[in-house]
Design a protein around this ligand. Structure first.
Ligand code: FES
Length: 293
């Protein structure tokens, strides 16, 4: 992990030294922020690869910092630490975008493993974004793709009253609604772009991002989170090679996390194309995925 920088805001001197020792040994470059404002200043001037944030800062400042840090750097993994882990703050931290919520009393090896997974995930996200960009440019900025969309519009004589049908057909063909396609539809039908976007974002069946042939939903509701939902999600990410919210390069799977899907007794739970898999373990994931081509 040479060259990867970890920025730490931790109020306890002993804990600071412990983390620094463990991370330096693994080759990470460690920097410390003295307080909230200096942490945010560092994020703006010299963003690290990962942040470790003490959630026990007085006045619930840690939670507020977490939200601000994530809004400044949405892709930045933030690991929250606390002396006394509890379910409610854990859920709140995850809701605010924490990568994970760990106990300060946990082992150094667990923290290192968590950091390594977080950075691996971030790397995957960068690669996936790059691939998605290449795919978008290759597929939809060309006259041939636009002619195909024009063919769909001509099926109903370019009538704007058939807008939903057009979008359904485009999504069926392309598996999602690319921005280029929506702009082209608005122009060709002579309707406003907000109207087209309004419909595309209103119906859950439409997706503005590429989706794979199969949709995997991992539940991160409270019951599933407590019983290892996050670990399950990380295993899917490793198995599929993409972070949550993305699609595999071969368009086979899209991976998403969801809140409670209503069968907490079976936690941890995931779904593939709407089919429920309960009481799941990481070891069962490859076998389940192999059922979907
Ligand atoms: S929390 Fe996962 S099913 Fe309820």
């Amino acid at each position: 992990m040479l060259g990867l920088e970890v920025l730490i805001l931790e109020q306890e001197a002993g804990r600071r030294s412990d983390i620094e020792r463990a991370l330096s040994k693994e080759g990470y470059t460690v920097r410390f922020a003295q307080d909230g404002p200096s942490l945010l200043a560092e994020l703006g001037s010299h963003p690290p690869h990962l942040v470790i944030l003490d959630l026990d800062l007085p006045g619930n400042e840690g939670m507020a910092l977490l939200a601000t840090a994530r809004s400044l750097q949405p892709a930045l993994p933030v690991i929250c630490e606390t002396e006394l882990p509890e379910v409610e703050p854990a859920v709140e931290a995850m809701r605010r975008g924490a990568y994970n919520y760990v106990a300060k009393s946990g082992s150094a090896s667990y923290l290192l493993e968590t950091i390594s997974h977080a950075l691996e995930r971030e790397l995957m996200a960068v690669e996936t974004r790059q691939r998605a960009k290449e795919r978008r440019v290759r597929t939809f900025d060309d006259p041939e793709s636009l002619a195909a969309i024009d063919g769909i519009l001509s099926r109903h004589d370019y009538s704007d009253s058939m807008l939903i049908s057009y979008l359904q057909d485009i999504q069926k063909d392309l598996n999602y609604l690319p921005q280029d396609a929506l702009r082209f539809v608005a122009r060709r039908l002579n309707v406003s772009l907000p109207r087209v976007y309004g419909i595309a974002t209103f119906y859950k069946a439409f997706s503005l991002r590429p989706r794979g042939r199969h949709l995997v939903h991992v539940c991160l509701g409270t019951a599933c989170h407590v019983r290892g939902g996050q670990k399950l999600l990380e295993s899917f990410e490793r198995e599929l090679g993409v972070p949550s919210g993305e699609t595999t390069y071969d368009d086979r799977f899209s991976l998403e996390s969801v809140r409670c899907v209503g069968c907490c007794g079976l936690a941890p739970v995931f779904m593939v194309d709407g089919k429920f898999y309960g009481k799941m373990t990481q070891e069962k994931i490859p076998e389940v995925l192999s059922r979907y081509e």
